[in-house]
Design a protein. Structure first.
Length: 177
């Protein structure tokens, strides 16, 4: 899936391949915003154009996807998604970051999530999609559950958030669900 045009359309968002042109000051700002990355291990890293370019390059030559989440109405980039795909196993592990805080709680993330999962499990032909999140990340838990994902397991007290050990929850949805 590396290279070439790629676009998926949901009701409210378009998902396009993330490119060098998407490494903007806004994007770098999202990655360095402690509120945006509060539940992500990105909170431990200071990002710049070079670190972002290296991350983008890590997708080249792989079946995995790094996508820009854009509003359909005005084309504005509001976040990113990843799908780490294993064709050998027919699986993908998916992540999302809605970096534009003005779009939080407005359904953009859910639309992006549903659009990508439906494509991965449908047209792309994968058998299973997974995602993990911290047990304190209630918006992500709701997003996963509303997309038809089910809790598959957890790692007790795996990471530290605000000085406290927190479980990681693992969700999954199968193509035949």
């Amino acid at each position: 899936m590396s290279g070439g045009a790629f676009e998926l359309s949901g009701e409210r968002v378009r998902l396009t391949r993330f490119t060098d042109a998407d490494i903007t000051d806004d994007y770098i700002g999202w990655l360095n915003d402690p509120e945006v990355t509060r539940f992500s291990n990105q909170r431990f890293v200071r990002h710049d154009r070079d670190s972002c370019a290296r991350y983008l390059a890590s997708f080249e030559g792989t079946p995995s996807l790094f996508l820009s989440v854009r509003r359909r109405d005005d084309g504005r980039a509001i976040g990113t998604m990843t799908a780490y795909i294993s064709d050998h196993h027919g699986t993908a592990d998916v992540g999302i970051l809605i970096g534009d805080r003005s779009c939080w709680g407005r359904g953009y993330g859910q639309d992006a999530w549903n659009t990508l999962l439906d494509w991965l499990l449908g047209e792309r032909g994968l058998r299973k999609v997974t995602a993990g999140t911290l047990a304190v990340n209630q918006p992500m838990i709701r997003l996963a559950e509303r997309s038809g994902m089910r809790l598959e397991g957890h790692r007790a007290k795996q990471e530290i958030v605000d000085g406290q050990p927190v479980d990681i929850l693992y969700f999954a949805r199968f193509a035949d669900d």
